[in-house]
Unconditional design. Structure first.
Length: 274
C-alpha cells in the first residue's frame, strides 16, 4: 500500500504538469479558434465595404485569414506538450516548396487571379483587349482563368498569368470615348463648304457630346483628295452606334451639298512615233 502511495506521490508532479498543459492548451485552442472566426468576420466586413475589391475574392480572403490564425493556434497547442514545432514548420515548409514547384504554373495563375481581382484592371461587362491574345467583353475573372466573349459570340478563355503579364487596353473604363472619322473631298471642290456641312452634321447629332466640342478640320493631302477629319466624343456605350451612323450620313451630307466623292484619276498620254 505504501509503495502505491509512493508511486502516486512521485507521479503527481507529472500529472499536475500534464493537467496544467492540457488546460492551457484547451484555453489556447478555444480562444484561438474564436479569434480566427472574429478575424475572418472582420476581414469579410472590411472587404465587403470596399469598392476596389471584387466580391468574388471576399470569401477566399476570409478563409485564408481564418486558417492562417488556426494554424498558428495548433502550433502553439503542440508546443505546450513539448512537441518540437520547429521540425514541424520545417517539414511543412519543405512540403509547401515541393508542392509549389510541382504546381508552379497553377500557382502563377492563382497569384495573377488575386492581383486581377484586387486591383481590378478589368471588370465583368467591360470591353477589353489583351494585347496579342484576344479582345472581347469580360464575362468572368476567376482564380485560374479569365473568360472573354468576342464580338462574334465566341468565348475566349485565357490563363490569368497571361492576362496579368500582357498589356491590357480597356475600352469601357472611361465614360466617354473619342471618335475620329476621315472623309475625302476632291481637289477643286469647295473645301469650306464641305467643312461647314460636316460641322453642321456633328453639331446636330444626338449622340455627339457637346463637351469636348466637336472638331472638323482639314487633316491631310492625298493623291486624289483633301482629307477632312471629324473628331467627336461620345458615350462609351454608344461609340459604335455613332461611328456607324456618321459613316452613313457624312457622305450623304456632302452629296446633298453638291460635292462629289473623290475618285482615282489617271492621266494617260500617248506618244506617236514619227
Amino acid at each position: 500500500m505504501s509503495d502505491t502511495l509512493n508511486v502516486l506521490q512521485s507521479a503527481m508532479p507529472t500529472v499536475e504538469a500534464f493537467a496544467l498543459n492540457l488546460l492551457v492548451a484547451l484555453i489556447i485552442l478555444v480562444v484561438g479558434w474564436s479569434l480566427s472566426d472574429f478575424a475572418g468576420r472582420w476581414v469579410h466586413r472590411l472587404t465587403s465595404r470596399s469598392s476596389r475589391i471584387d466580391q468574388t475574392i471576399v470569401p477566399i480572403l476570409r478563409s485564408i485569414t481564418v486558417w492562417t490564425v488556426r494554424i498558428f493556434v495548433l502550433i502553439a497547442v503542440l508546443a505546450r506538450f513539448g512537441v518540437q514545432t520547429a521540425s514541424i514548420i520545417a517539414v511543412l515548409g519543405a512540403a509547401g516548396l515541393a508542392i509549389g514547384l510541382a504546381l508552379q504554373g497553377t500557382l502563377q495563375n492563382i497569384a495573377a487571379g488575386f492581383m486581377l481581382l484586387a486591383l481590378r484592371p478589368i471588370r465583368a461587362g467591360e470591353f477589353v483587349s489583351i494585347a496579342g491574345h484576344g479582345d472581347g467583353t469580360v464575362d468572368e475573372v476567376g482564380l485560374f482563368m479569365t473568360r472573354l466573349i468576342q464580338i462574334d459570340g465566341i468565348h475566349v478563355v485565357l490563363p490569368n498569368s497571361l492576362v496579368w503579364g500582357s498589356p491590357i487596353i480597356n475600352y469601357s473604363r472611361n465614360e466617354t470615348r473619342r471618335l475620329d472619322l476621315q472623309v475625302g473631298v476632291r481637289y477643286g471642290d469647295d473645301l469650306d463648304l464641305a467643312i461647314g456641312k460636316l460641322t453642321e452634321l456633328v453639331n446636330g447629332h444626338e449622340l455627339v457630346l457637346k463637351d469636348p466640342a466637336p472638331q472638323v478640320m482639314a487633316f491631310d493631302y492625298r493623291e486624289n483628295a483633301i482629307i477632312i477629319n471629324i473628331r467627336v466624343w461620345a458615350k462609351a456605350d454608344r461609340y459604335w452606334d455613332l461611328r456607324f451612323d456618321l459613316y452613313r450620313t457624312a457622305t450623304q451630307a456632302l452629296h446633298e451639298a453638291g460635292l462629289k466623292l473623290p475618285i482615282p484619276v489617271r492621266e494617260i498620254k500617248t506618244i506617236e512615233k514619227s
